[in-house]
Design a protein around this ligand. Structure first.
Ligand SMILES: *Cc1c(COP(=O)(O)O)cnc(C)c1O
Length: 792
């Protein structure tokens, strides 16, 4: 096995990461030393690796500042249309390397750090991830910011500066334990606080109606303090802004009835207001939603940053506001309030502008994940906004009634307000009505949005509904995380593909280029060796780098069917001798926690079975996050995208793996469909029910027992889990999981089990052939055929 090239060695060969240039290097070294001395107040006698990271970060940041100021000045002068991307999550990960790459400074920095006698990879590892997101939705926001800057669009990301991002996951005795993510503890060199732009946000109070219009009075004020983070485009001198808001109590907070005794209490009470931006709620597609948010600070959080974007919208009309799901929906009534109550615009005019301004992206069709805010809560918190929502609803229902007379049921279905039980605002309905465009995030998902979940709205305004299939930035997800492959591609087709991924089709020409194919395989093998070394160092587990890396990483959710993967692992284990290693991961709640425990319990047995030996290893990747994704994805042979058809809106993990040369085993769900179209279905391992099959099975009635009775290997796996084979000390441990699988599995694991296992057999066969050809990785069937015929 060859020693893997260090990233440093690889980068040396790559010009797309910038020219080294003696002047650049000298300037970076000067900047580094200056910041170590003046900013960090350390010298090399006492500096720690963290100080060196900080000094480097500041030196690199210096190269952003001029471009940042010039970009903003340019927007001011040219006044292009502004885009506000409103999102309660921006899952940014680390910033240092991304900045070096996008500024073309990577090679110069590597050289400078080398000359300073330091280790770049060690410094990069010190940076905390900005984990201000749960998963795909938050990472999509981050990828969009990179792409919009690279396209030179005048775009702003608006969100919340959570003091604690997504929790750190620890695994103790197989169970998930959460730890607070204190990511700002050592300071954040990438952000700039802007107290001079602090703005008041009003809550509570009451509405007075006068001849001059509505007045919202007696409110409580929370201050929104913006922090700006630069977002550099790739090699284009553009630097955009991500503006994250932090809640601050005003100095007179709770001091209205001032006396000395209350003064101390009032200062202590400031925390109540400032809690608004304290912590990101771990909530992914509906899981953990039930955890009631104290003092409705969750809802305060949802309006904090977005009101500011609405404010910008009326300052210049050429503004587009994109709502990343319904979380920032309150920006719609807020913009109406500004127009109607403050600017005194007539309602219809205000409404036209508002609708032209907003567009809404839907991210899920799972009913439990669609937001419905209690009316009485909004009434207390934002009484004027509730009145405006009622007014919007009245006009909306009048319009429907005029088109569909006497159709009371349609009015009920399409109302923004749900009656019966707790009165609630249907936030998706508010977003649809208040926007000129509504999009789903993959073809199949947009189709379900249009024809099922919101079909009444599509009947009313069909042209409003669109598809915008998700994407990922090739800078972070190829150039940054897989320099070897990025360079190999650049050698063949030039460097422009980094800005325009459609140019990857030029690689078709090299499908018969044996040397190229072997070099691709070699890079994969090096990435695998490197990741195996990382696992050994960080997790003390040894895996064989010539075995297949079968990776299932994403948030744990029943619809993503980590359980089905687990059943397949048990099946492979039972079919001794098994063939090749695989490894799943990620967090969640209740059932999610049981799934995590089950995977770890099975792993414990499998990994310690002397007969299995090193042939099958199951590793739960603790604390999955952006920086870990960057390590595991380039090392992956097989990408697991196995959600029940119709449930995964798009997926973006699927795309990252494919861009890094992994093959996909998956269902026809989300963007897997477009991926199969693009690559040819014969080049993916597609299996299982399609959306129509799932619908059909729902009609017939899904009966899990039937599959259990018919499939002996499934029966064996389930019986083992149920009887405590894997958990002899607690034989009943997984009875809830098994019970769910039999009696209320909305995602029909057993129905796809057989097809999944068969498809995995095909994967294993292919891997063995590829390995015997010395390729050490999975080959696309077409290429394998060709390689085989050459060998013959
Ligand atoms: C891309 C990404 C996701 C989304 O993955 P899916 O497989 O599409 O669910 C989640 N978490 C992280 C850290 C990611 O980078």
């Amino acid at each position: 096995m060859s020693r893997p090239l260090s990233d440093q060695e690889r980068r040396k060969q790559i010009s797309i990461r910038g020219i080294v240039g003696a002047e650049n290097v000298a300037e970076l070294k000067r900047g580094f030393n200056r910041h170590l001395h003046f900013t960090l107040v350390k010298d090399r006698n006492v500096a720690t690796p963290r100080d060196y990271y900080q000094a480097l970060a500041h030196a690199v940041r210096d190269h952003l500042v001029g471009r940042w100021l010039r970009t903003q000045q340019y927007y001011y002068e040219k006044d292009p249309k502004r885009i506000y991307y409103l999102s309660l999550e921006f899952y940014m990960g680390r910033t240092l390397q991304n900045t070096m790459i996008n500024l073309g400074l990577q090679n110069a920095c590597d050289e400078a750090i080398y000359q300073l006698g330091l280790d770049m990879e060690e410094l990069e590892e010190i940076e905390e991830d900005a984990g201000l997101g749960n998963g795909g939705l938050g990472r999509l926001a981050a990828c969009f910011l990179d792409s919009m800057a690279t396209l030179g669009l005048a775009a702003y990301g608006y969100g919340i500066r959570y003091e604690y991002g997504i929790f750190n996951q620890k695994i103790r005795d197989g169970w998930q334990v959460e730890e607070a993510d204190d990511w700002l503890r050592h300071g954040n060199p990438w952000e700039k606080a802007r107290p001079e732009y602090m703005l008041p946000v009003h809550f509570y109070g009451r509405v007075e109606h006068t001849a001059a219009g509505a007045k919202w009075v007696d409110t409580q004020v929370v201050l929104a303090l913006p922090y700006d983070t630069p977002v550099p485009g790739y090699m284009n001198n553009t630097v955009n802004t991500m503006r994250l808001w932090s809640a601050r109590a005003p100095n007179d907070f709770n001091l209205r009835d001032f006396n000395v005794g209350d003064y101390i209490q009032a200062v202590l009470d400031r925390n109540l207001a400032e809690n608004i931006s304290r912590v990101l709620y771990p909530n992914d597609n509906g899981w953990l939603k039930t955890a009631e948010q104290p003092l409705s600070s969750g809802h305060c959080r949802d309006v904090l940053g977005v009101f500011q974007a609405a404010r910008s919208a009326w300052m210049g009309i050429a503004v587009a506001i994109q709502l990343n799901d319904t979380h920032p929906a309150m920006a719609i009534p807020e913009l109406m309030r500004i127009f109607v109550d403050i600017e005194k615009l007539p309602w219809n005019k205000a409404w036209d502008i508002t609708k032209q301004t907003f567009a809404y992206t839907n991210h899920t069709v799972l009913p439990e994940a669609l937001e419905r805010w209690p009316v009485d809560l909004v009434e207390k918190l934002l009484p004027r906004h509730l009145q405006i929502i009622y007014e919007i609803n009245q006009r909306h229902l009048d319009h429907i009634a005029s088109l569909f007379p006497n159709d009371v049921d349609r009015l009920r279905r399409m109302s923004l307000i749900e009656e019966g039980g707790t009165k609630r605002i249907n936030m998706a309905h508010l977003c649809i009505v208040g926007s000129h465009a509504v999009n789903g995030v993959a073809k199949i998902h947009s189709e379900i949005v249009k024809t099922q979940v919101f079909k009444d709205f599509a009947a009313l305004e069909p042209e409003k509904f669109q598809n915008k299939t998700n994407g990922i930035t090739p800078r972070r997800w190829l150039l940054l995380c897989n320099p070897g492959l990025a360079e190999l591609i650049a050698e063949k087709i030039g460097e422009d593909y980094v800005r325009d991924l459609s140019q990857l089709t030029k690689l078709h020409e090299f499908v018969d280029d044996d040397l190229f194919i072997r070099e691709v395989a070699k890079v994969k093998q090096e990435n695998k060796v490197k990741f195996a070394l990382y696992l050994e160092k960080e997790y003390k587990v040894k895996i064989n780098p010539s075995s297949m890396f079968d990776v299932h990483v994403k948030r744990i959710h029943e619809y993503k069917r980590q359980l089905m993967n687990c059943l397949h692992i048990v099946t492979m284990y039972n079919r001794k001798p098994p063939r090749a290693p695989r490894g799943p991961a990620a967090p969640g709640y209740h059932m999610a926690k049981m799934i995590i425990k089950l995977i770890n319990t099975v792993a414990q047995v499998v990994n310690n079975d002397p007969v299995v030996g090193s042939k099958l290893k199951v590793i739960f990747l603790e604390n999955y996050r952006v920086s870990l994704a960057e390590k595991v994805i380039p090392a992956t042979d097989l990408s697991e995208q196995i959600s029940t058809a119709g449930t995964e809106a798009s997926g973006t993990g699927n795309m990252k793996f494919m861009l890094n040369g992994a093959l996909t085993i998956g269902t026809m769900d989300g963007a897997n469909v477009e991926m199969a179209e693009e690559a040819g279905e014969e080049n993916l391992f597609i299996f299982g029910m399609r959306v129509e099959d799932v619908t059909e099975l729902d009609r017939e009635g899904y009966n899990a027992q039937e599959y259990y009775n018919r499939l002996p290997e499934l029966k064996q796996a389930i019986d083992q889990i149920k009887s405590g084979f894997f958990s002899p000390d607690e034989p009943d441990l997984f009875k809830d999981v098994v019970n769910m699988l039999f009696h209320h599995d909305r995602f029909k694991v057993f129905a796809d089990y057989e097809a999944y296992v068969k498809c995995q057999e095909k994967v294993s066969e292919l891997y063995l052939v590829s390995a015997s050809l010395g390729m050490g990785r999975l080959l696309k069937p077409k290429i394998r055929e060709r390689v085989c015929s050459h060998q013959r």
